[in-house]
Design a binder for this molecule. Structure first.
Ligand SMILES: Cc1cc2nc3c(=O)[nH]c(=O)nc-3n(C[C@H](O)[C@H](O)[C@H](O)COP(=O)(O)OP(=O)(O)OC[C@H]3O[C@@H](n4cnc5c(N)ncnc54)[C@H](O)[C@@H]3O)c2cc1C
Length: 391
């Protein structure tokens, strides 16, 4: 039976980052994934993810975002790949909003976090938004928070870069190997897959939307998986206003729809369209049962309710649409903690729709945790204890 210092179960955003940082600790590490990441079955696909530094979901995440920007730049230098583009981020909200972004008072929390951590930003009124970003059809009572160093990261390229570098540094990676069971004891962990059985000192479980199915009903109850849809609509008119130099990433707590919308500049030229999405929390699903196709009805509804009323210069023609999965906790926060029954097993679920931007800093923290070191950040806000599941 092969033995390792650490096994990482799941090599998506979090697992690939953890594996990469573990290779710097000098131990023997194994990464296992049921597919070949990056892939389009979990939570880490669709070309782009927003990154921002002042985190409205909880100021405890801002140090993670700041550290992640440093780590993305280091990884870019190491690999020669472009991973992070800081074209600015605009958050639009108003007292008349009918939607929220993950938590109450997202806009005010963002502003407070920016002030607390000294993050460069401007507050814009509706006229200033219209003048600087004429694409956005804002109402007179809407205001904007514009963060200079926000932007977007490329999830597939990031996962690929972490895995390539981890493998170069000696990590063993087994793709298309499904973990069926694991067991922890005071002395180690045993992991059984559809191919083999392994032992290790520590196991990191970063299974994304498959996590609830792996950890038993009591812990699984903390997580709800929701199907989300991503749309790329054709550009109707000149491309220039949609290019990253002119178009920030945006999150908009709209005044008419049930949910906020968010979007990106045209990262693949005119043919790639502009990616715009909203969120839904109506029906829970699972990674195995979810309907993966996006219907023509969904495309039409998205355009009519969430695109045409708010963004100029976008055609109704949808050039591409995909589904993706959120794994959400009751407070929209993250879980990074040891398993209540075995401290050699670390559970990690930083999703709730906003985790990707933090993945390198979380990977670094996981590597420290699993090798007996101290994480750079206070991980207490991410403990299971807040849901009454103490170790
Ligand atoms: C539509 C959408 C939009 C988002 N937008 C943003 C955004 O703008 N900004 C942001 O910061 N975040 C965003 N997020 C959140 C972010 O993408 C997630 O936080 C992140 O991708 C979660 O990564 P993960 O590693 O937990 O899961 P995943 O990347 O899904 O990885 C889990 C891995 O585990 C593997 N696995 C599962 N079970 C097993 C098993 N039994 N055996 C072996 N392998 C297994 C899977 O194959 C998979 O590769 C968004 C998410 C979605 C879905």
């Amino acid at each position: 039976m092969q033995s390792f210092d650490t096994i990482v179960l799941g090599l998506g955003a979090m697992g690939s980052a953890a594996l990469y940082h573990l290779t710097m600790t000098g131990g023997r590490v194994l990464g296992l994934d049921r597919y070949s990441p990056p892939h389009a079955f979990g939570s880490t696909h669709g070309d782009t993810r927003i990154t921002r530094l002042a985190i409205g979901e909880g100021a405890q995440c801002t140090p993670l975002a700041l550290r992640s920007h440093e780590l993305w730049r280091e990884l870019e230098e190491e690999t020669g790949k472009t991973l992070l583009t800081t074209n600015g981020g605009l958050i639009i909200s108003s007292p008349a909003r009918t939607s929220r972004t993950h938590v109450e008072n997202f806009f005010d929390n963002t502003l407070a976090a920016a002030r607390k951590f000294g993050i460069a930003h401007e507050v814009l009124n509706a006229d200033e938004i219209r003048r600087r970003f004429p694409l956005f059809k804002v109402a007179d009572d809407e205001q904007g928070y514009l963060e200079r160093d926000a932007g977007f990261v490329r999830p597939e390229a990031c996962v690929g870069a972490h895995l390539t570098q981890a493998e170069r540094r000696g990590a063993e990676i087994h793709r298309h190997e499904n973990v069926l069971a694991f067991r922890g004891s005071a002395t180690g962990v045993r992991v059984t897959t559809d191919r083999d059985t392994y032992t290790a000192d520590t196991l990191i479980i970063a299974a994304g939307p498959w996590l609830p199915g792996l950890i038993g009903p009591e812990l699984a109850g903390i997580f709800t998986v929701y199907r989300q849809t991503l749309f790329w609509f054709a550009i109707d008119g000149p491309l220039t206003p949609f290019l990253a130099e002119h178009c920030p990433v945006f999150i908009w707590e709209v005044q008419r729809g049930r949910q906020a919308i968010y979007g990106f500049p045209a990262v693949d030229g005119a043919d790639g369209g502009i990616k715009i999405a909203t969120e839904q929390y109506d029906g829970a699903t699972s990674a195995d049962a979810v309907g993966r196709d996006v219907t023509a009805t969904e495309m039409r509804a998205m355009y009519a309710e969430y695109v045409a009323p708010y963004i100029s210069g976008v055609a109704e023609r949808c050039v591409r649409a995909v589904t993706c999965l959120y794994t959400v906790t009751p407070d929209f926060g993250f879980v990074i903690d040891r398993h209540p029954q075995c401290e050699r097993i670390i559970l990690v679920s930083p999703c709730s729709g906003h985790g990707f931007k933090h993945s390198p800093a979380i990977g670094e923290a996981l590597a420290a945790l699993s090798t007996g070191g101290a994480a750079r950040f206070d991980l207490e806000p991410f403990a299971l204890g807040r849901f009454g599941r103490n170790s």
